[in-house]
Write a protein that binds this ligand. Structure first.
Ligand code: HEC
Length: 149
Protein backbone atom coordinates (compact mmCIF):
# COMPACT_ATOMS: atom_id res chain seq x y z
CA UNK A 1 0.00 0.00 0.00
CA UNK A 2 2.71 2.49 1.07
CA UNK A 3 4.70 1.43 -1.97
CA UNK A 4 1.76 2.27 -4.19
CA UNK A 5 1.35 5.70 -2.62
CA UNK A 6 5.05 6.41 -3.19
CA UNK A 7 4.76 5.49 -6.83
CA UNK A 8 1.67 7.62 -7.18
CA UNK A 9 3.46 10.58 -5.57
CA UNK A 10 6.40 10.18 -7.92
CA UNK A 11 4.08 10.13 -10.92
CA UNK A 12 2.30 13.27 -9.75
CA UNK A 13 5.60 15.10 -9.20
CA UNK A 14 7.01 14.11 -12.60
CA UNK A 15 3.76 15.05 -14.29
CA UNK A 16 3.56 18.50 -12.70
CA UNK A 17 7.24 19.14 -13.47
CA UNK A 18 6.77 18.33 -17.12
CA UNK A 19 3.76 20.64 -17.20
CA UNK A 20 5.77 23.54 -15.78
CA UNK A 21 8.53 22.95 -18.30
CA UNK A 22 6.23 22.96 -21.27
CA UNK A 23 4.50 26.11 -20.04
CA UNK A 24 7.54 28.20 -19.13
CA UNK A 25 10.70 26.97 -20.71
CA UNK A 26 9.84 26.17 -24.28
CA UNK A 27 12.89 25.99 -26.49
CA UNK A 28 13.01 27.47 -29.99
CA UNK A 29 12.77 23.92 -31.32
CA UNK A 30 9.60 23.26 -29.33
CA UNK A 31 8.08 26.54 -30.45
CA UNK A 32 8.73 26.02 -34.16
CA UNK A 33 7.74 22.37 -34.11
CA UNK A 34 4.76 23.25 -31.95
CA UNK A 35 3.39 25.82 -34.39
CA UNK A 36 3.97 23.50 -37.37
CA UNK A 37 2.00 20.83 -35.55
CA UNK A 38 -0.83 23.27 -34.80
CA UNK A 39 -1.04 24.40 -38.43
CA UNK A 40 -1.05 20.78 -39.61
CA UNK A 41 -3.80 20.03 -37.13
CA UNK A 42 -5.85 22.96 -38.39
CA UNK A 43 -5.39 21.67 -41.93
CA UNK A 44 -6.76 18.23 -41.12
CA UNK A 45 -9.55 19.80 -39.05
CA UNK A 46 -10.45 22.13 -41.94
CA UNK A 47 -10.78 19.13 -44.27
CA UNK A 48 -13.06 17.44 -41.72
CA UNK A 49 -15.15 20.60 -41.40
CA UNK A 50 -15.60 20.60 -45.18
CA UNK A 51 -16.56 16.92 -45.26
CA UNK A 52 -19.00 17.16 -42.33
CA UNK A 53 -20.66 20.37 -43.55
CA UNK A 54 -21.09 18.90 -47.03
CA UNK A 55 -22.92 15.94 -45.47
CA UNK A 56 -25.14 18.28 -43.45
CA UNK A 57 -23.59 17.24 -40.12
CA UNK A 58 -23.54 20.81 -38.87
CA UNK A 59 -23.24 20.24 -35.12
CA UNK A 60 -20.05 18.24 -35.49
CA UNK A 61 -18.72 20.71 -38.06
CA UNK A 62 -19.45 23.64 -35.74
CA UNK A 63 -17.59 22.17 -32.78
CA UNK A 64 -14.54 21.69 -35.01
CA UNK A 65 -14.84 25.28 -36.23
CA UNK A 66 -14.64 26.44 -32.62
CA UNK A 67 -11.53 24.30 -32.10
CA UNK A 68 -9.90 25.86 -35.15
CA UNK A 69 -10.76 29.30 -33.87
CA UNK A 70 -9.09 28.49 -30.54
CA UNK A 71 -6.01 27.09 -32.30
CA UNK A 72 -5.56 30.34 -34.20
CA UNK A 73 -5.62 32.24 -30.91
CA UNK A 74 -3.01 29.89 -29.47
CA UNK A 75 -0.87 30.38 -32.57
CA UNK A 76 -0.59 34.10 -31.78
CA UNK A 77 1.80 33.11 -28.98
CA UNK A 78 3.94 30.90 -31.22
CA UNK A 79 5.93 33.59 -33.05
CA UNK A 80 8.29 35.14 -30.49
CA UNK A 81 11.34 37.14 -31.69
CA UNK A 82 13.71 34.22 -31.11
CA UNK A 83 11.86 31.84 -33.44
CA UNK A 84 12.71 33.41 -36.82
CA UNK A 85 14.94 30.64 -38.08
CA UNK A 86 15.92 27.02 -37.74
CA UNK A 87 14.13 23.70 -37.60
CA UNK A 88 12.98 24.00 -41.21
CA UNK A 89 10.67 26.87 -40.47
CA UNK A 90 8.83 28.31 -43.45
CA UNK A 91 7.91 31.45 -41.54
CA UNK A 92 9.18 34.51 -43.42
CA UNK A 93 11.08 37.35 -41.66
CA UNK A 94 8.31 39.66 -42.92
CA UNK A 95 6.17 38.35 -40.03
CA UNK A 96 8.31 40.17 -37.47
CA UNK A 97 8.59 43.31 -39.61
CA UNK A 98 4.79 43.45 -39.85
CA UNK A 99 3.76 41.77 -36.63
CA UNK A 100 0.53 43.71 -36.30
CA UNK A 101 -0.63 42.83 -39.80
CA UNK A 102 0.27 39.18 -39.20
CA UNK A 103 -1.52 39.04 -35.86
CA UNK A 104 -4.56 40.80 -37.32
CA UNK A 105 -4.77 38.17 -40.05
CA UNK A 106 -4.56 35.44 -37.41
CA UNK A 107 -7.32 37.10 -35.34
CA UNK A 108 -9.49 37.58 -38.43
CA UNK A 109 -9.06 33.89 -39.26
CA UNK A 110 -10.11 33.02 -35.72
CA UNK A 111 -13.13 35.37 -35.79
CA UNK A 112 -14.24 34.10 -39.20
CA UNK A 113 -14.43 30.53 -37.85
CA UNK A 114 -16.86 31.75 -35.18
CA UNK A 115 -18.90 33.66 -37.76
CA UNK A 116 -18.95 30.50 -39.85
CA UNK A 117 -20.70 28.58 -37.06
CA UNK A 118 -23.75 30.82 -37.47
CA UNK A 119 -23.59 31.12 -41.26
CA UNK A 120 -23.02 27.57 -42.38
CA UNK A 121 -26.44 26.05 -41.81
CA UNK A 122 -28.33 28.66 -43.83
CA UNK A 123 -25.74 28.87 -46.55
CA UNK A 124 -27.01 28.20 -50.07
CA UNK A 125 -23.58 27.23 -51.28
CA UNK A 126 -21.65 25.44 -48.53
CA UNK A 127 -18.50 25.08 -50.57
CA UNK A 128 -18.40 28.78 -51.49
CA UNK A 129 -19.06 29.83 -47.90
CA UNK A 130 -16.23 27.62 -46.64
CA UNK A 131 -13.89 29.00 -49.28
CA UNK A 132 -14.74 32.54 -48.31
CA UNK A 133 -14.72 32.18 -44.52
CA UNK A 134 -12.10 29.45 -44.03
CA UNK A 135 -9.79 28.58 -46.95
CA UNK A 136 -9.22 32.11 -48.24
CA UNK A 137 -7.69 33.07 -44.88
CA UNK A 138 -5.05 30.33 -45.20
CA UNK A 139 -4.16 31.61 -48.63
CA UNK A 140 -4.11 35.28 -47.66
CA UNK A 141 -1.59 34.59 -44.93
CA UNK A 142 0.55 31.97 -46.72
CA UNK A 143 0.96 34.03 -49.88
CA UNK A 144 2.50 36.80 -47.80
CA UNK A 145 4.06 35.27 -44.69
CA UNK A 146 4.98 31.65 -45.49
CA UNK A 147 7.86 30.64 -47.77
CA UNK A 148 6.94 28.81 -50.99
CA UNK A 149 7.04 25.08 -50.25
C1 HEC B 1 -2.09 34.38 -40.12
C2 HEC B 1 -1.26 33.46 -40.87
C3 HEC B 1 -1.69 32.07 -41.22
C4 HEC B 1 -2.96 31.57 -41.38
C5 HEC B 1 -4.29 32.27 -41.23
C6 HEC B 1 -2.80 30.18 -41.76
N1 HEC B 1 -1.48 29.84 -41.81
FE1 HEC B 1 -0.70 28.03 -42.26
N2 HEC B 1 1.17 28.70 -41.85
C7 HEC B 1 1.50 30.01 -41.56
C8 HEC B 1 2.93 30.11 -41.35
C9 HEC B 1 3.71 31.38 -41.00
C10 HEC B 1 3.46 28.82 -41.52
C11 HEC B 1 4.93 28.39 -41.39
C12 HEC B 1 5.22 27.93 -39.96
C13 HEC B 1 6.65 27.44 -39.79
O1 HEC B 1 7.15 26.69 -40.68
O2 HEC B 1 7.26 27.80 -38.78
C14 HEC B 1 2.32 27.96 -41.85
C15 HEC B 1 2.43 26.59 -42.08
C16 HEC B 1 1.38 25.78 -42.43
C17 HEC B 1 1.50 24.36 -42.71
C18 HEC B 1 2.79 23.53 -42.68
C19 HEC B 1 3.05 22.96 -41.29
C20 HEC B 1 4.35 22.17 -41.26
O3 HEC B 1 4.30 21.03 -40.77
O4 HEC B 1 5.39 22.68 -41.72
C21 HEC B 1 0.25 23.91 -43.04
C22 HEC B 1 -0.15 22.49 -43.41
C23 HEC B 1 -0.65 25.04 -42.95
N3 HEC B 1 0.06 26.16 -42.56
C24 HEC B 1 -2.01 24.99 -43.20
C25 HEC B 1 -2.87 26.06 -43.01
C26 HEC B 1 -4.29 25.99 -43.29
C27 HEC B 1 -5.00 24.80 -43.88
C28 HEC B 1 -4.81 27.20 -42.95
C29 HEC B 1 -6.24 27.63 -43.02
C30 HEC B 1 -7.27 26.74 -42.60
C31 HEC B 1 -3.71 28.02 -42.47
N4 HEC B 1 -2.56 27.30 -42.53
C32 HEC B 1 -3.85 29.32 -42.03
C33 HEC B 1 0.62 31.06 -41.45
C34 HEC B 1 -0.76 30.97 -41.50
Amino acid sequence: MIQKIKILKAIIIIFSLSLTFSANAETVEEIIKGRKALFSKNYSTAKRVQALASKGEFDKAKSLMIKMSENYKTLLEYFPENSKEGFKTEALPLIWENKKEFNDLMKKSSDDMIKLTSLIEDSEDIRATLTQMMWSNCKACHSRFRAPH
